[in-house]
Each structure stands twice: as C-alpha cells, then as structure tokens.
Design a protein around this ligand. Structure first.
Ligand SMILES: [Zn+2]
Length: 423
C-alpha cells in the first residue's frame, strides 16, 4: 500500500471512532435518561395532550403528544392549588379553637388538603392572644421544615389582631384580643415564625397602621386590608405605602353600609390592590364575584377558601375560642349567630373552581390561574403555581363534568400523595 492509501484508511478509522463517540455521548452514555415519574393528561392551559416527566421532585420536561392512553383521555393536568387563607381543618385550628394545635393536627390538615387537590397552603392565625400566637408560630415553623409536609407550607398569614374593633367589620375576631398595631409585638411573632409570616391582614384606619405597612413593605411582607372600615383616603394611602391585597373582599364588613361611602368602592377602584375572594356560594353573591372579576381582571383576583377549622367535620354546633356557638351548616358554610356574621367557609378551593367558571364565564385556565399562579406570584413563590421545567412537581389530575371538579390524583414534590380508588 502506498503511504497515501494508508493515510486515507487511518483517517476513515479515526472519523468512524469520533462519530461513534459523539453518538454515544448524545445518547446519554449508552443509558436512557431515567425519570422518577411520567404523568399524562390534557394540559389545563389549552387542553393539549401532554406527557410530563418528573425527576428529583421537579418537572423536568413537558412533551406534547398526539394522544393519551385509555382512561387518561379525559383527565386534565394542572398545577396544584395554593390557598393563602386557611384557618384549620378537620377540627384542628391554628389558634387552638376546640383544642391545642399539635404536629399531628398539622399533618392531618396537610394530608386532607392533598386529598382535595390543595398542594400548598398558608396557615392563617386570626386575632388571638399573644402567647397562643407565639406557641403556634413556633410549632408551625417546625411543621414547615418537617420533611413529612413536603414543602406544602410556604409560610403563614397573620389575620389580625390589628383589625377594626367595630362590630360587623371585626367579624368573628374576638374583641378581647383586638389591638392596635405594635411593631415590637409583631417582631416577636415574626421571630417565633422563623421569619415565615408572609402576610399580615390589618385595618388601615387604626392608629399606627400606616407606619406598620411601611415597615412590612421594607421587609417584603405582604400587607392585606381586611376587617376594616377604611375611608377612600385610608385605602389610597395604604396602597401607596405598599398594601397589596384586599383580604376576602366583600366580607369582614358590616351587613349595612352607606351606599356611597364604604370600604368596598375604593378597594374595587384601587388598581394596586389584588382581591382575594371566598367563592363558596355563601360569602359572596354570584353577581358580586362577577363584578369583582370584571373590575380587577384575572391577574388581580385570588380564589381563597378561608376555610374554618370546622371544615371537613360533621355539620352541627361547635364552640369558638371564647366559648360562643358556631354552626357548620350542611351546605358548607360556618355562621356565628351571636354576631349575625359568617365565620369562614366549610369548602376548599377545588370546590370553588367550577363555581367561579359558572358565575364569571371564565375558562378553566383562568380559574386555575386565580387559585394557584396568582397566589404564587403575590408571595414570590417562584417554584410553584405553574407547569414549567424546573418547577416543583406539584400537580393535580382531575376531570371537570358540568362544572364539578373530580380529583383523580395529587402529586406533591414528585410524590403521589393521593389517588382516587376505582377510577
Ligand atoms: Zn377574615
């Protein structure tokens, strides 16, 4: 062989080896990429069939496919719902109504929420005694870090005690514990929570509220306006200082108000305020929900349950924190007869999705946005509230039949935590 032919053969061999090496590397060193789980369903955003691949607790890849396997063709996949206001559940209260809060109680609540389709929630502590707050914020901080809750508790919501002392506006918050904003007291609670209080709901018209809002804003704590009788001037100033949300707009108000001058109009008109709304069919009339939705738009509405600790229990009469009687009605609402006010819902967010679609005419993607995405964005929770690569694998699989939400499966941080039997 001549030298030229030898060189050509050598070149061919080297090219073949290099080509093989490149193909080997591209194929993942000979092994297929392993996923922990693959979920299939119709994507909530546009109904397109997808396969979602999950690895290391996160969404790795979303692949559009031409069809789904038998049984999965009607299933919708959406991000897990996020509730920014829950007072407890199944008889456990975050302020010890009916008994002391325990770690077991928090686990029971968390699992019950997973079984409903709520994958993240903010324990909400309404107006109460300072020592109860201290004790329970410490307990909740431990529960937040507990691997058993799978990161489902991103932080907490302090509703009160700096709310209006006036009957009607105060709602079911016990007068004995209502007080003016006190930053030193709040810092004690904030430390007890290990800096996990994400929201404080207060009345903007009470003494010291504006300074308090300014300080919260400086620390990145979301301020909600609730249980208040603030004037238009109070509400505008609070928004300027950084208040970001009207807590359960349309509730936490007196039953009878002046038709022109009341807290509702200025909050609806204030574009800086997102509105959380309780869509259980009792706290707001359908036309109120429709008007709030039109005024604020889908980016500034949050569907919240404000679920009572009595939620998930048998309908009947129960005692509240100061020994007054509350009634959980069979239709899923809690009333406080002594004050003639509502005292939280008996329903969770998933039961509100279809109702909101029905009364506003919005599509499923918008309803899910208002029950998940908007909440994650408001609190800066960048790892949840959407289906995107890199996000936590918090997913719900369900069907919608005639506006009825029917949960099939819940996945939290890549683990199946609920699966409907006989589906
Ligand atoms: Zn409230």
């Amino acid at each position: 062989m001549t030298g030229i032919i030898k060189n050509k053969i050598n070149l061919l061999i080297i090219t073949a080896i290099l080509t093989f090496a490149v193909l080997f590397l591209l194929s993942g060193c000979g092994n297929k990429v392993q996923y922990d789980m693959m979920v299939e369903g119709n994507l909530y955003l546009d109904g397109s069939p997808v396969n979602i691949y999950i690895r290391n607790d996160k969404i790795e890849k979303i692949k559009k496919v031409s069809g789904l396997s038998a049984g999965a063709d009607k299933v919708i996949v959406a991000p897990g719902l996020i509730d920014n206001q829950v007072n407890g559940y199944k008889g456990y209260s975050f302020v010890d109504v009916g008994g002391e809060l325990t770690s077991e109680g928090i686990h029971t609540i968390t699992k019950a929420f997973w079984e409903a389709g709520v994958t993240s929630y903010m324990p909400t502590l309404p107006t109460n005694d300072h020592q109860v707050y201290l004790k329970n914020f410490k307990l909740l901080a431990r529960a937040k870090a507990d691997p058993e809750t799978l990161g489902s508790i991103p932080g907490f919501h302090l509703e009160g005690p700096y709310v209006s002392p006036i009957d009607g506006y105060r709602g079911a918050h016990p007068l004995i514990h209502v007080r003016e904003p006190n930053w030193d007291e709040f810092m004690e609670l904030y430390d007890a929570s290990e800096k996990n209080i994400l929201q404080v709901t207060l009345a903007p018209e009470v003494k010291g509220a504006m300074e308090f809002i300014t300080k919260c804003r400086e620390m990145g704590i979301v301020v909600g306006l609730g249980h208040h009788n603030g004037s238009a001037a109070h509400i505008t100033e609070a928004a300027e200082k950084g208040a970001a949300i009207s807590t359960h707009l349309g509730n936490g108000m007196a039953n009878t108000i002046n038709r022109h001058i009341n807290p509702l109009w200025p909050q609806l008109a204030e574009e800086r305020l997102t509105a959380s709304i309780i869509c259980d069919g009792y706290h707001l009339q359908p036309e109120q929900i429709k008007v709030f939705y039109k005024a604020k738009g889908p980016d500034k509405i949050i569907i919240t349950s404000d679920v009572s600790p009595l939620g998930g229990l048998t309908p009947g009469y129960y005692l509240n924190v100061i020994g007054d009687t509350l009634e959980l009605k069979a239709e899923g609402v809690v009333v406080y007869p002594k004050q003639n006010v509502l005292s939280g819902s008996g329903k969770l967010q998933p039961q509100m999705i279809g109702y909101v679609m029905k009364v506003t005419g919005c599509d499923l993607a918008t309803a899910i946005q208002m029950a998940s995405t908007n909440i994650a964005r408001l609190y800066g929770l960048k790892d949840r509230g959407e289906i995107k690569p890199g996000m936590r694998a918090d997913l719900i699989l369900f069907t919608m039949d005639d506006f009825q939400f029917n949960l099939k499966k819940t996945i939290v941080a890549g683990r199946t935590v609920y699966e409907q039997k006989n589906n």
